[in-house]
Design a protein around this ligand. Structure first.
Ligand code: GAL
Length: 373
């Protein structure tokens, strides 16, 4: 993603909940407002927002995304708006059914974080036909969506790739072998993470084995890591690129089970509590910290505005193209590399976790050692 998109992240009209949406955008219709009865009618605050999340193994979805979107929708509608929630547990067919049920039940707007960005397009077309606007959340769903918010996903890959090279130190040389554990191919973000990381790693190290991990599952990453260790030789792996923290957990379990005295550096993403604790002990080198509150607040603002038939002009300053659509109004949120040095300034500062949640008795000594107290 480019700087134009990154700049949009700071161009939000209002981050405080005290500012009303009316002050945020004009009351003119969103695109297509003259065609349908529903889009034409101005809605009040008693809105129903359908929220479709892709899985529940990665902690972010049920711990952050869902409750923050619910809180925001409530605040933006004076307590009258409600979120109808469904989690697809990594199943694209389930997610399409969940979307179709919400469309049949006539929700006012959908927020969709797609399991499979192509498979969901049919349901998005159905929503469009019923004049139900759709916000693509975190992953760029195909089909006629009205808005999109996510992080700078290619930048996530760059941040991970750069960090891995840094952690490898003088082992970051073309003869050193690394393993690449990418996310699920159905997730468009996984391709962006991979692209960004490859741009950093190519030519600097040897990518001895590379996997696209089915459904992002830690156990699949664990099995793939075991296979990589026996193919490459356990002492020959100089670093592991892991696209997220859940998989990093599976990878580190495999590395430890192989009986390595010193683990190679492993990357991650999502700032999961277990990931942050592994960073504290040094088992995992880094994670990527993404402000879910910021992303979720933007999605809620977009959804409420669209449901009310208001313009997104002042919320979404940028445009993104998907495989099927051009010029989708978007907001792209920046990301931060999370290592031992900035745990306090990121996850603790933004209230993801308290110091006590991270530095439990098991991790107390490691926390003390890195000055986290
Ligand atoms: C990505 C998302 C990441 C991570 C991953 C696994 O699309 O951006 O934050 O959660 O999916 O679910």
């Amino acid at each position: 993603m480019n700087t134009r998109m990154r700049r949009a992240a700071v161009a939000l009209c209002a981050t405080t909940m005290a500012v009303s949406l009316a002050a945020c955008g004009s009351a003119k219709q969103a695109g297509g407002g003259d065609k349908g009865d529903k889009a034409g009618a101005k809605k009040g605050d008693a809105l129903r927002v359908g929220l479709l999340l892709p899985e529940n193994q990665t902690a972010r979805y049920e711990k952050f995304d869902k409750p923050i979107i619910e809180k925001q929708v409530s605040e933006l509608t004076g307590g009258k708006g409600k979120v109808v929630y469904a989690n697809a547990k990594q199943d694209a067919t389930t997610q399409s059914q969940q979307a179709d049920t919400m469309i049949t039940n006539k929700v006012d707007v959908l927020i969709v974080d797609a399991v499979d960005s192509k498979a969901i397009a049919g349901s998005i077309k159905k929503a469009k036909a019923q004049n139900i606007p759709v916000v693509a959340y975190d992953r760029l769903a195909e089909g006629p969506i009205d808005a999109y918010t996510s992080f700078d996903n290619e930048e996530v890959g760059h941040v991970q790739g750069k960090a891995l090279l840094k952690a490898m130190g003088d082992k970051a040389k073309p003869s050193s072998k690394i393993v690449m554990m990418n996310g699920a191919i159905t997730d468009p973000n996984a391709a962006f993470f991979k692209k960004g990381a490859l741009a950093e790693l190519k030519g600097k190290v040897t990518i001895a084995k590379s996997y696209d991990t089915k459904e992002w599952k830690p156990e699949n990453a664990n099995a793939n890591m075991e296979a990589a260790l026996s193919a490459i030789g356990k002492d020959k792996v100089a670093g592991v690129y892991s696209a997220n923290d859940g998989m990093a957990g599976g990878i580190i379990t495999a590395l430890k089970a192989a009986g390595l005295s010193k683990l190679p550096p492993v990357t991650g993403q999502d700032a999961e509590l277990a990931g942050v604790q592994r960073i504290v002990t040094g088992e995992q080198y880094m994670s990527v910290y993404k402000s879910y509150p910021q992303e979720a607040e933007i999605a809620a603002k977009m959804a409420v505005a669209l449901a009310k038939g208001e313009s997104l002009d002042s919320i979404a300053k940028d445009k993104t193209d998907s495989a099927t659509e051009k010029g989708i109004p978007s907001v792209i949120v920046p990301v931060v590399s999370l290592t031992q040095d900035n745990i306090k300034g990121t996850v603790i500062k933004e209230g993801f976790y308290t110091l006590d949640e991270i530095c439990t008795p098991k991790y107390k000594a490691a926390c003390d050692k890195i000055g986290l107290k």
